[in-house]
Design a protein around this ligand. Structure first.
Ligand code: ZN
Length: 232
């Protein structure tokens, strides 16, 4: 199985969060908007959040050879699951089967009403923002809309994280790509997989929290390393 984080999508032009060119390094206000308490309490935070969503480079991003290498791994029958911390759907757009992709932090392509829970297509709501609604409300109940992603301060979906931990324990090998393995409980997948007997391979530009228990650690450009691994 593969666990992916922001690092696999930076070669597609989607910046990570805390790296030198990270979204929150350059704009601490954006981190505030990512906190659910601020988002719910402050209409100004929501207005800015909708403007940030409209301008996101992720809408135009295309999968890179790193994503494509995982499609190849699946085609050869070697891939049981992709657990991703990313919300950009680039695995699915590259051609990975949607049923293999476990989105632990949700997806930016959907909206969810905080009050009634109704979900919808993000594009429909972005169209309302472009037409002049600064903070569009849920059309069913008038509640607060946000992207169907997990913000800071918001709980993960229990069934989703359970599935992620289960596939980690079932794996022969866990390949962690583009994540510093610092966010829990997702990072727990690594020691759980290890304890269940899996090999651990880490591909990341920077050191991670679990390099010491990995069987192999590969540093460098993910979009070059992954195709090299899966070609073998
Ligand atoms: Zn609603």
């Amino acid at each position: 199985m593969v666990l992916t984080g922001a690092g696999i999508s930076t070669d597609s032009g989607i910046p990570d969060f805390r790296g030198p060119n990270g979204v929150w390094t350059k704009n601490p206000e954006a981190e505030k908007a990512a906190t659910i308490q601020h988002y719910l309490a402050d209409p100004d935070v929501r207005v800015r959040a909708w403007q940030t969503r409209i301008a996101s480079p992720a809408w135009a991003a295309r999968p890179n050879p790193g994503h494509q290498a995982l499609v190849e791994l699946e085609r050869r029958g070697k891939l049981h699951a992709i657990v991703t911390q990313n919300v950009d759907e680039l695995h699915q757009r590259a051609g990975s089967s949607p049923q293999l992709v476990v989105e632990v932090h949700g997806t930016m392509f959907r909206t969810k009403c905080w009050d009634c829970g109704e979900e919808g297509a993000m594009e429909v709501v972005l169209e309302r923002v472009r037409a002049g609604e600064a903070d569009p409300a849920c059309r069913s109940c008038g509640g607060i809309l946000k992207s169907a992603t997990i913000s800071f301060g918001q709980s993960l979906v229990p069934e989703v994280i359970d599935r992620a931990l289960t596939v980690a324990e079932e794996a022969d090998l866990l390949l962690a790509v583009g994540t510093t393995l610092a966010v829990y409980p997702v990072a727990n997948m690594v020691p759980r997989a290890r304890f269940a007997g899996a090999k651990i391979v880490i591909v990341n530009a920077e050191p991670t929290g679990y390099d010491d228990i990995a069987d192999a650690v590969l540093r460098g450009q993910i979009s070059e390393i992954l195709p090299a691994i899966t070609a073998g």
